[in-house]
Write a protein that binds this ligand. Structure first.
Ligand SMILES: *Cc1c(COP(=O)(O)O)cnc(C)c1O
Length: 430
């Protein structure tokens, strides 16, 4: 499989090159040249397939032959070593829990998959690769955990100071070894912009091989297709009209869901559920794409003012606005509405949702108003204790910390404070 740059001014790249480069030399995101649908019999047979078997069939066309079949199977097996349960709240609403991995956010799967791919590509390579990544909260921890100890790979994480939760900060600043956290005096958008500038800075790229582990990297992005298939496996015998409400920030997750649908996954509709960072909600209303500075909210992993995967979504729908609108709805909710939803979910269903999941729940309810026949799955993208302060304040219940989180709480934070791009450059070149 070859990947082309969505800016169309760079040579095509193999999977290996796309993973190692992250972003194409013309600054474009990579996109697969072809998407070959899988036979319907594959989806009908889900009852007889394991998660790993489903995942292998789904992703192999995008990865082979750069990674041989047997290695790819092993990478998938290791990546998916935890559960992806569905919890049904009503006959119209379920949640897919994507927080059972080591850092308790859905990004674990993409980070673990990518780390293993890069580890494979790099195993005979003497030149180190530096993964440079910006995080609005959960990417940092998932990437740090996924890449910890991977030989030949250094990880540098940029995070906005004071704008991630305590647990998120612990997860990305306490591992040591090949992981460094740069604490940026700025917003997530600032962090993301600085990463983009570094990728275009010849003084840096001539000296070190940089790659990205944000969802712009195809190896981070594509494995997220699996979630939608795992949900379908669990619901297909009960519900005919499945829709997915995806709490969205950079829109990598929902865009991966759209790839699963392109592969033939039988489903009805996507809902991109947003907090007040509502660029896409507005776009679907007005057809005007207007990036804005991000606003800080209680669902901080979605505080994105210029979603990087939107361009991939445009490509999937061949820039046809009506086609996109037929398959994607988007709603935006305030923090107050989100807190009310957390209370409602707790009081009505005795279920504790994190703020991101609660935004997804609100999106599901909004969609069901006009589509009462649907069964809407909202993705629970993080464990509620990652947002302990808000969750406890809203539902007035003390939460027990799961072992994965307890393990980082007592560790000492280690970060390097940075103010400007020049500081980051100096660090990278030192
Ligand atoms: C990253 C993240 C999101 C947003 O996912 P995107 O793929 O960027 O749209 C939502 N919820 C949580 C908890 C996250 O960590």
């Amino acid at each position: 499989m070859l990947y082309y740059s969505l800016n169309k001014k760079a040579p095509n790249a193999s999977f290996k090159d796309a993973v190692i480069k992250g972003l194409a030399p013309d600054k474009g995101l990579y996109f697969p040249e072809t998407i070959t649908p899988l036979p319907q019999s594959f989806f009908e047979d889900f009852d007889n397939l394991s998660h790993s078997e489903i995942a292998f069939e789904a992703i192999k066309q995008f990865v082979l032959p750069d990674i041989p079949e047997n290695i790819l199977k092993q990478i998938i097996e290791e990546t998916l070593s935890f559960e992806f349960p569905i919890v049904e709240l009503t006959k119209n609403i379920s949640t897919l829990e994507l927080f059972h991995g080591p850092t308790m956010a859905f990004k674990d799967v993409g980070a673990r998959f990518m780390a293993r791919c890069l580890g494979y590509f790099n195993k005979n390579n003497t030149k180190e690769v530096t993964v440079l990544v910006a995080t609005s909260g959960d990417t940092g921890g998932a990437v740090a955990n996924g890449f910890l100890g991977v030989k030949g790979v250094n990880v540098v994480i940029l995070y906005p100071s004071g704008k991630v939760s305590d647990i998120q900060e612990k997860q990305l600043t306490t591992l040591g070894q090949n992981i460094t956290a740069l604490e940026v005096n700025g917003t997530f958008d600032d962090c993301q912009d600085m990463v983009k500038i570094a990728f275009l800075d010849n003084e840096i790229t001539n000296r070190i091989q940089l790659t990205s582990a944000n969802s712009i990297n195809v190896a981070r992005w594509l494995p997220q297709m699996f979630y939608f298939m795992f949900a379908y496996k669990q619901l297909k015998n009960t519900y005919k009209h499945i829709a997915f409400s995806v709490p969205s920030g950079n829109f990598g997750n929902v865009c991966a869901g759209m790839m699963a649908q392109q592969l033939g996954l039988p489903m009805d509709h996507f809902i991109a559920s947003n907090n007040e960072n509502n660029v896409i909600t507005e776009y679907l209303k007005t057809q005007l794409y207007q990036p804005k500075p991000s606003i800080q909210t209680i669902s901080n992993a979605m505080d994105v003012g210029n979603p990087s995967n939107f361009i991939r979504i445009q490509e999937i729908y061949k820039h046809n606005f009506e086609a996109l609108k037929n398959n994607l709805s988007s709603y935006s909710f305030t923090d107050e509405e989100t807190k009310e939803a957390m209370k409602e979910i707790y009081n009505t269903y005795n279920y504790v949702a994190d703020p991101h999941g609660a935004v997804g729940y609100l999106g599901a309810k909004a969609y069901l108003k006009n589509n009462p026949e649907a069964h809407c799955v909202f993705l629970e993208t993080a464990h509620p204790t990652k947002f302990l302060d808000v969750v406890e304040e809203v539902i007035l219940q003390k939460q027990d910390l799961p072992p994965q989180i307890q393990a980082v709480m007592d560790k000492e934070k280690a970060s390097i404070a940075v103010n400007t791009y020049e500081d980051i450059k100096a660090y990278l070149l030192a």
